[in-house]
Design a protein. Structure first.
Length: 437
């Protein structure tokens, strides 16, 4: 990986792209520290210092914003509205025939879906910004902080509208910065901004573990966490690169005097076909009961039961529900994102077949069988990786945002691998040695 970056800096045009990307990242991190107008920065810092990183209710969104959510900055919502909009449009593509037809139209259809994603991102940003401002005004954002109700001193309607519009504009700017990286930088802009947001909290989380450690002034715990992190990265890289290659043979066809086909290829089915989406789905779904209890303020039996079992992440009920939801959403997302019947029909249309399997319906059944078999280990792997913060919580007294586990490690490794592949492909286009040297 370091060799690829070193070679990229030696290539003039790639060096410009890398420097442009670094400049966008600096602007993004700068915006994550500029407070929203109408917010008392002093009181926010008091509450953040008191709460630390233990606010599990908004932990996922805060992680995706690089810690900007609890700071209530102009980039407080971060890239989360865009991620949510992209997932919603991807799910609706399977349900709505018009979106499915747009997806099949190629580049023009993809551009139209991207435009719909932007509109939905703005709508979600307004909704989430309104919820965040309302939570901050009532003091529920920081719970037991003594100055939680003084975070927004002026609670007039005008101030509220300005705060919501500022956060929405910040989300639009973040979306624009990501598209700039995709067009003029090294590519994969939204994922890189997500990578930066998560990586920004790594140093602080590691140092917190060192400060909370008791053996050798915390250095033993610090070293153990580093070793566990390296092992986790190696495991994630191994599983993310693992795939089942199904061979496909194309029959030779004569068109005029030319022969077409007769080639061999394969269908790569990844072990973790769903990526990090099941973890995001499961985390978001488990936040809903706690949000309902917090905003309702009820002291009924059901509210007490939810606060006891589904607010703290180390409770057995929470752990079991989290693991089962990840496994369920892994199968659900794979089922809607990969259509074996469509793949089998395309293979049949172009004269392709799997050796030993008849074309058509038997091919679709075989693909479904293989996909179900490899999704089981992939879903269990996702569930175990996501539970690492909980084990760290019990073993080291770490917080819910333990750096080497769950969503963070999956995204960082996945985006890192994808970025290195893009840089290597661009290097290969500029310096292709061929078969003979």
């Amino acid at each position: 990986m370091l060799t690829a970056f070193a070679r990229a800096f030696k290539t003039p045009d790639l060096r410009k792209k890398l420097l442009f990307t670094l400049g966008i990242i600096v602007l993004y991190r700068l915006g994550s520290h500029i407070p929203v107008p109408g917010v008392s920065y002093k009181n926010v810092q008091i509450c953040v210092d008191q709460m630390g990183s233990s606010n599990s209710l908004f932990g996922l969104v805060n992680m995706f914003s690089g810690g900007a959510l609890l700071q209530i900055t102009i980039f407080a919502l971060g890239i989360m509205p865009y991620i949510t909009a992209s997932i919603i449009l991807q799910l609706l593509t399977v349900v709505i025939p018009k979106l499915e037809n747009l997806k099949k139209e190629g580049q023009s259809g993809t551009a139209k879906i991207t435009q719909y994603t932007r509109y939905l991102t703005v709508a979600l940003a307004i909704l989430q910004g309104t919820g965040l401002v309302a939570t901050a005004r009532t003091g529920a954002l920081f719970g037991t902080c003594p100055v939680a109700r003084e975070i927004v001193p002026n609670q007039s309607i005008f101030t509220t509208i300005v705060m919501v519009l500022t956060m929405t504009a910040g989300t639009c700017v973040v979306m624009w910065l990501g598209e700039l990286i995709t067009d003029r930088g090294i590519g994969n802009g939204m994922s890189i901004l997500m990578f930066i947001s998560i990586a920004a909290g790594f140093v602080g989380a590691l140092w917190t573990i060192k400060l909370q450690g008791k053996i050798a002034d915390g250095w033993v715990e610090f070293a153990v966490v580093i070793l566990v992190g390296l092992a986790m990265v190696a495991l994630v890289v191994f599983v993310e690169q693992a795939q089942r290659r199904i061979p496909v043979q194309y029959a030779k066809r004569m068109i005029g005097r030319r022969a077409y086909g007769g080639t061999s290829t394969y269908i790569p089915l990844k072990v973790n076909q769903a990526g990090v989406i099941p973890v995001i789905f499961a985390s978001s779904l488990l936040y809903i009961p706690a949000l309902i209890v917090q905003f309702s303020g009820s002291t009924a039996g059901w509210a007490t039961w939810i606060q006891k079992h589904f607010v703290k992440g180390d409770h057995p009920y929470y752990i079991a529900a989290y693991f089962l939801l990840i496994v369920f959403f892994a199968f659900f997302y794979v089922a809607i994102s990969f259509n074996p019947e469509e793949v089998a029909d395309n293979m049949k249309k172009y004269g392709g077949f799997i050796p030993g399997i008849r074309a058509g319906r038997p091919t679709a059944e075989y693909l479904s069988y293989v996909l179900n078999r490899i999704t089981w280990p992939g879903s269990l792997y996702l569930g175990l990786i996501a539970l690492v913060p909980t084990m760290a919580l019990a073993g080291f007294g770490a917080n819910q945002n333990f750096p080497f586990g769950g969503t963070s490690i999956l995204i960082i490794v996945g985006v890192g691998l994808e970025t290195v592949k893009q840089i290597e492909s661009q290097l290969q286009q500029r310096n292709y040695e061929g078969f003979l040297r």
